[in-house]
Design a protein around this ligand. Structure first.
Ligand code: C2O
Length: 497
């Protein structure tokens, strides 16, 4: 790996993605943020510089970034959430310097309030220069990233998100229903070649049904884990999730609609809403006229299986784990709407959980905020079950930091799979009557966050913390710059949160 330090500058800027200009919070000045592209084994040395100036938004309080999907084995200080560090103050910076484990498709985003809805979200790809899959699937090009994101015409204010004015963007471009015909993203392909496309949902709220007219997609990766190839014609993707699929440019030279339909709001394609363009090289520079051909063969999560078989931890029966945690989703409405997990709503800690542990809190039940921490012993099998239906509607795509889940029962199914279930870091729950059951092994000490990735739901408390092996965490070696973040933040930012 290269030891090069790169700078990721967080700035405010007026941008226009859909014919409407607004102030945004941007990583590297673009939306989506600067792609962070590494090779397997590379050290990630990124100096995050907070240059935010807009006083109408969370200004000096950009927490850097959370490296979504990176396990942070032994480096939980670098996880970039306020469970792990104090925010980076305006005009301050913090160097993230660690070697990510794992490879393939990740993303990064602000993890402070609903700041990522205002723009601080971007792709993070860890390539394998010797990727065996490239040969396995005869892929000619693996450089295409497709980022899906909802976008609003004015900034979010904590729990208040201006939903009425949403444009769903693909690679930072989109058309607002009834608005101007602003440019759409164009993905150009060479006839006859085979591509690995990486699909990332950076959504704040909606999930999307993604498809490309006239083409099937062979799914080969879910959330960073290679899967057995599965041919589908549409992919429902929830916020935080990623897929890779192989697309063969084997249709006639033309333009084809790429569609990304949200689960609420304007679900039409009128005038290029919810769309982008797949253009064969030499096709005319015009909007496609293709028809939506999908729905016969959607991606069904229970049909996804890891490419390399991995034994499911625990016993092959429901609840066959060392620790079973049932999380009931609830809602309270007085005085304001809050989500609850087992009757407790999550509030961000005033001192990061990691700091609390390093300062001598040795028991999970003493961590603050109380009621939101679940103590997990090391080297045990944990099964998390989240009932579907009744409370709080859904869907609720839950993301676990520090681990992948073995999804032994998808929320979309009434069957358990203890043999070869999908392994991923965002599970969909709560969309229907079925519970979801997922397992992991506590082999990575840290105060890991488990939360609904719909940012507005997280903002109103739909989260818990799994305090895994607190004894080991208390011995974690953290850089001095990390220790200095809180004093600097407090000195530079009175009343900023
Ligand atoms: Cu991508 Cu805690 O989230």
């Amino acid at each position: 790996g290269s030891g090069r330090v790169t700078t990721l500058q967080i700035v405010n800027k007026n941008i226009n993605l859909d014919g409407f200009s607004r102030s945004a919070v941007l990583a590297g000045g673009t939306f989506p943020g600067t792609p962070i592209l590494l090779n397997k084994g590379d050290r990630m040395s990124i100096n995050v510089v907070d240059s935010l100036t807009d006083p109408t938004m969370l200004r000096s309080t950009s927490i850097a970034s959370h490296w979504h999907g990176v396990f942070q084995d032994g480096t939980s200080w670098a996880d970039g959430h306020n469970l792990f560090q104090c925010p980076i103050a305006a005009n301050d910076s913090f160097l993230y310097d660690f070697t990510p484990t794992g490879q393939v498709t990740f993303w990064y985003h602000s993890h402070l309030s609903t700041q990522y809805c205002d723009g601080l979200r971007g792709p993070l790809i860890i390539y394998d220069p010797n990727d065996p899959l490239k040969h396995f699937y005869d892929i000619d090009d693996a450089s295409t990233i497709i980022s899906l994101a909802d976008w609003f015409h004015s900034p979010a204010r904590g729990a208040s998100i201006p939903y009425l004015y949403t444009t769903n963007t693909i690679n930072g471009k989109g058309r607002f229903a009834g608005g101007p015909a602003s440019p759409l993203s164009v993905i150009t392909v060479v006839p006859g070649l085979r591509y690995r496309f990486r699909l990332i949902s950076m959504s704040c709220e909606p999930n999307f049904v993604f498809s490309i007219d006239g083409h099937t997609m062979t799914v080969i990766e879910a959330d960073g884990v290679s899967t057995q190839p599965l041919v589908v014609d549409s992919i429902q993707i929830y916020t935080g999730q990623r897929y890779s699929f192989v697309l063969t440019a084997n249709q006639k030279i033309s333009n084809y609609w790429i569609r990304s339909v949200p689960n609420f709001g304007d679900t039409s394609f009128t005038g290029g809403v919810n769309s982008a363009i797949l253009r064969y090289l030499a096709a005319p520079n015009s909007d496609p006229t293709t028809k939506n051909t999908t729905s016969a063969n959607p991606l069904v999560e229970t049909n996804l299986h890891p490419l390399v078989p991995v034994a499911v931890p625990g016993l092959p029966r429901p609840g066959g784990a060392d620790v079973v945690i049932n999380l009931n989703i609830g809602v309270s409405v007085n005085p304001v709407v809050r989500y609850l997990l087992n009757n407790v709503s999550f509030y961000p800690p005033s001192a990061p959980a990691l700091l609390q542990i390093l300062s001598g809190t040795q028991l999970a039940q003493n961590l603050l905020p109380s009621g939101s921490y679940y103590s997990l012993p090391p080297n045990k099998v944990i099964e998390v079950s989240i009932p579907g239906g009744s409370d709080g509607g859904g869907p609720h795509p839950f993301h676990l930091h520090g681990h992948n889940f073995f999804v032994v029962k998808s929320a979309g199914s009434d069957k358990f799979n203890f043999k070869n279930p999908v392994v991923r870091d965002v599970i969909n729950t709560g969309a229907n009557a079925y519970s979801s059951h997922s397992r992991f092994v506590t082999d990575n000490a840290g105060p890991w966050f488990l939360h609904c990735h719909i940012d507005i739901h997280l903002e109103v408390g739909l989260a818990v913390v799994f305090a895994e092996d607190v004894q080991t965490v208390s011995k974690e070696v953290v850089p001095n710059a990390w220790k200095n973040l809180c004093p600097r933040y407090n000195a530079l930012n009175p009343n900023q949160l």
